[in-house]
Design a protein around this ligand. Sequence first.
Ligand SMILES: Cc1ncc(COP(=O)(O)OP(=O)(O)O)c(N)n1
Ligand SMILES: Cc1nc(C(=O)O)sc1CCOP(=O)(O)O
Ligand SMILES: [Mg+2]
Length: 213
Amino acid sequence: MAAPGKLRGLYAITDSALLADGKLLPYVEAALAGGARLLQYRDKSSDDARRLREAEALRTLCENYDATLIINDDAELAARLGVGLHLGQEDGSLAAARALLGRQAIIGGTCHAQLALAELAASEGASYAAFGRFFNSMTKPGAPAATLDLLSAAKARVQLPIVAIGGIDLHNAAPLIEHGASMIAVIHALFAADSPAEVEQRARAFSALFESN
Ligand SMILES: Cc1ncc(COP(=O)(O)OP(=O)(O)O)c(N)n1
Ligand SMILES: Cc1nc(C(=O)O)sc1CCOP(=O)(O)O
Ligand SMILES: [Mg+2]
């Protein structure tokens, strides 16, 4: 099981378009320097060699900052690297992933806006439940919408740390934490930046929201 404290704070997620042209490693390092606790490698391409290379480099960066690497969608890659995994509803079984990756791995599940999915995820061995999208998302505009009330209900009913995702930025994040999110997962408002310094500044500001809540 994940150590307490690992599953609280900023959860940075990579984006192949925003982090093209050599930006992946410097921008991710800036997010980690700014306090991101989890980093998800989200790359939808089928270039397995590049995906392995990039994921290995991200694992090293995460180790340097005592953060946790999570692979999106790909249980085999997560097993090969000995890191965590995030699975959506169409991405395979959480229970099978738990059996493959072992007790210590952080494994998250997408629960959209449905408490029942989070209860199922908990029963299948997930480490966290992700709800979203909370706001209009540049990255995934079609995702089903979730509300603050859902977060409060999840906090009361679901025995897992809660991740909030979808259109989160520095202006709208605080209420999500106040309503029970222990992590906020961010792509665009973190990585659509002009420089690593800007990413680090944003990551620090997101991380600071957890100190006052
Ligand atoms: C933390 C977190 N929450 C939700 C998702 C979305 O997962 P999924 O529904 O499988 O969609 P894709 O990201 O695979 O397009 C996520 N990746 N991370
Ligand atoms: C990958 C993803 N999943 C979502 C869901 O609701 O399940 S929203 C989303 C995109 C998150 O990126 P941004 O911070 O740019 O909105
Ligand atoms: Mg998925």
